[in-house]
Ligand binder design. Structure first.
Ligand code: UDX
Length: 473
C-alpha cells in the first residue's frame, strides 16, 4: 500500500466515509478513514455536527490529520437539535422517524456537491446504497440477520413464549451446533416477529448491503473463517481487514516510525486517573466493567452488579457513563456513586475510561462487557477473557461466539443477579483463570499476526486499496 507519486499517477480516488453518529461506529470508521490516505487517497469523513464538536473538544484531531493533505472532515445534521441531551435510549427511539430522513437528505447534498466527485461511498447500511459496504458490527450477527427469513420459513421462529430458550436454531449455515433461541437478536423473541417492522428493516438492509460491490468487515480471517466463507457465498468480494486499530498501528509504524500513534476519537472526556490506580494493582488482578456508548441500565441492575463484584473479592474498575442509569436528573447514577463510596478500597469508578489503554494494562485480568463488536475485539487483541452481558443488536450473537466458539469467556446472558455475577467473576478471575488466560492469549496471537506484513488482514487491505483504485478509474 505504497503512497502514490502524485506527479506520475492518475488522480487519487476520493472516498467518502459516513458512520452512524455513535461512538462504536466512529471508532471503527475513523481508523479506515486514516488508513486510506496512507495509500494516497483523498478522504472525506462525514460526521454529525454534534459529534464533530465533541471530537474536536476531546481530541487533538486537527494536528493529527494535518499529516494527510487529502483528508477533510465535513459535518451534517443528525436530525436532532444540538442541545438535545442524547441520553438513555435516544438513538433507538429517535433514529428511524426523526434522524434518518434528515440525515439522508443532508448526505445526498454532500454527495452531489463533492468535488472532485466522491467516487465511492462507504457507510453503515440504511442511508444510501454504497458501492462498498463497511459493516462495523460482527460478521456472525450480519450472517444471522441475513438468515432470519430462512429461520422463520422452516418454523424455528417465532419463539413460543413458554418454550426453552436453549433450543438450538439449526437453519443458520455454519452455526448449527451452537446458536440457540436466546442468542438471536432480541427482536426475535417476539411472537409476532413476522410482522415486526424492525425485523423487516434489518433483514432488508442486510440483504441490500450484499448488493454492494464489496463488503468490508472489521475482523480477521482466522477469527471468523467459518462465517466468512458462508458470507462469501452471497457476496464474493469480502475484505476482512481487522482489527483495524491494530492494522493502523502496523502501517503507521512502517511509515512514520514506532513513536507515531493513531488519533484518539473519544466523544466523552476521558478520565485517565484510572490508569494511575491500575498502576498500583498486581498483574491480572482487576476486572474492567464497561458497557459501551449506548446501553443504559435500570436502577436495580448496577446494584446487583455491585454486590456481585463486591462479594467476589476481586478488585474492579467500573465505567458509569453520564445518564446511563435510568432515573430522573442523574439520580440513577447517584445510586451507583453511593454504593461506590462504601467500597473505595475495592473498586475505582470513572465516567469514561481510556478503554484500549485499560484493556492493555497488565493489571487487567478480565472484562465484564456488553459485547459491542468494538469492545469484543478490543478484548481479543490483548488476550483479556470476558464475562458477557449482552443487551441488543449484535451483542447476543457475539457473546455466544466468545463463550462457545472461541471459549475465551463466560456468557451471563439474560440474568443480572448478584450471585451469578459473583460466581462468574470468581470463575474468570480465580478458579478458571489459567484456562481462560491460555485460550485468550492463543486467540490474541492469531489475531495479532493477521495485521503483520504478509498476514491475512494486511494482505486483504492491500487488495481492497487496489480494487478501489481500479473501481475509481
Ligand atoms: C454499538 C452497538 O451497541 C454494538 O453492538 C455494535 O457492535 C457497535 O455499535 P457500543 O454499544 O457503543 O456500539 O459498543 P462498542 O462497539 O463496544 O463500542 C464502544 C466503544 O467505546 C469502544 O470502542 C470503546 O473502546 C469505547 N469506550 C467505551 C471508551 O473509549 N471508553 C469507555 O469508558 C467505554
Amino acid at each position: 500500500m505504497e503512497e502514490q507519486d502524485r506527479s506520475s499517477q492518475p488522480r487519487p480516488p476520493h472516498v467518502l466515509i459516513f458512520p452512524l453518529p455513535l461512538q462504536g461506529h466512529i471508532n471503527t470508521m475513523i481508523k479506515l478513514a486514516e488508513l486510506l490516505p496512507i495509500a494516497g487517497f483523498k478522504l472525506t469523513f462525514l460526521n454529525s455536527h454534534h459529534n464533530h464538536k465533541r471530537l474536536v473538544k476531546f481530541n487533538n484531531i486537527a494536528a493529527h490529520f494535518e499529516r494527510y493533505p487529502g483528508f477533510e472532515f465535513k459535518t451534517i445534521t443528525d436530525g436532532l437539535p444540538l442541545d438535545h441531551p442524547r441520553s438513555g435510549s435516544w438513538f433507538l427511539d429517535m433514529f428511524e422517524e426523526t434522524m434518518e430522513p434528515k440525515m439522508k437528505q443532508s448526505l445526498r447534498e454532500v454527495l452531489v456537491n463533492s468535488s472532485p466527485p466522491a467516487l465511492l461511498l462507504m457507510l453503515q447500511r440504511r442511508l444510501e446504497s454504497p458501492l462498498l459496504f463497511f459493516c462495523t458490527s460482527s460478521p456472525c450477527s450480519f450472517w444471522v440477520y441475513y438468515s432470519i427469513p430462512d429461520i422463520i420459513q422452516v418454523g424455528e421462529l417465532p419463539i413460543n413464549g413458554t418454550e426453552d430458550m436453549d433450543r438450538l436454531i439449526t437453519t443458520v449455515p455454519g452455526m448449527e451446533t451452537y446458536l440457540r433461541c436466546r442468542d438471536l437478536p432480541t427482536f426475535c423473541r417476539k411472537l409476532d416477529i413476522e410482522d415486526s417492522i424492525y425485523m423487516k428493516l434489518v433483514v432488508e438492509q442486510t440483504r441490500k448491503s450484499l448488493q454492494a460491490d464489496a463488503l468490508i468487515l472489521n475482523t480477521a480471517e482466522e477469527l471468523d473463517e467459518p462465517i466468512l466463507s458462508q458470507i462469501r457465498t452471497k457476496c464474493p468480494r469480502v475484505y476482512a481487514v481487522g482489527r483495524l486499530h491494530a492494522q493502523l498501528n502496523t502501517r503507521l509504524n512502517a511509515k512514520h516510525g514506532e513513536s507515531c500513534d493513531h488519533i484518539s476519537n473519544t466523544l466523552w472526556e476521558v478520565d485517565k486517573s484510572c490508569i494511575f490506580w491500575l498502576n498500583k494493582q498486581p498483574n491480572r488482578s482487576v476486572i474492567y466493567v464497561s458497557f459501551g456508548s449506548i446501553m443504559s441500565m435500570s436502577r436495580e441492575q448496577p446494584v446487583e452488579l455491585w454486590y456481585g463484584l463486591l462479594n467476589s473479592k476481586t478488585k474492579f474498575l467500573l465505567v458509569v457513563r453520564p445518564n446511563s442509569v435510568i432515573g430522573k436528573d442523574g439520580e440513577g447514577e447517584d445510586v451507583v456513586m453511593e454504593l461506590m463510596e462504601k467500597s473505595k478500597d475495592r473498586g475505582y469508578i470513572v465516567n469514561w475510561a481510556p478503554q484500549e489503554a485499560v484493556l492493555n494494562h497488565p493489571a487487567i485480568g478480565g472484562f465484564f462487557t456488553h459485547n459491542g463488536w468494538n469492545s469484543t475485539l478490543e478484548s481479543v487483541v490483548p488476550g483479556v477473557p470476558m464475562i458477557c452481558w449482552p443487551q441488543f443488536a449484535d451483542q447476543h450473537v457475539n457473546s455466544r461466539v466468545v463463550s462457545e466458539v472461541w471459549k475465551i469467556g463466560l456468557d451471563m446472558k439474560d440474568v443480572c443477579d448478584s450471585k451469578i455475577v459473583e460466581k462468574m467473576v470468581n470463575d474468570v478471575m480465580v478458579d478458571r483463570k489459567e484456562e481462560f488466560a491460555k485460550s485468550a492469549s492463543e486467540m490474541a496471537k492469531v489475531t495479532n499476526q493477521s495485521v503483520n506484513v504478509g498476514g491475512s488482514s494486511y494482505s486483504n487491505l492491500d487488495c481492497l486499496v487496489e480494487d478501489i483504485r481500479i473501481m475509481s478509474l
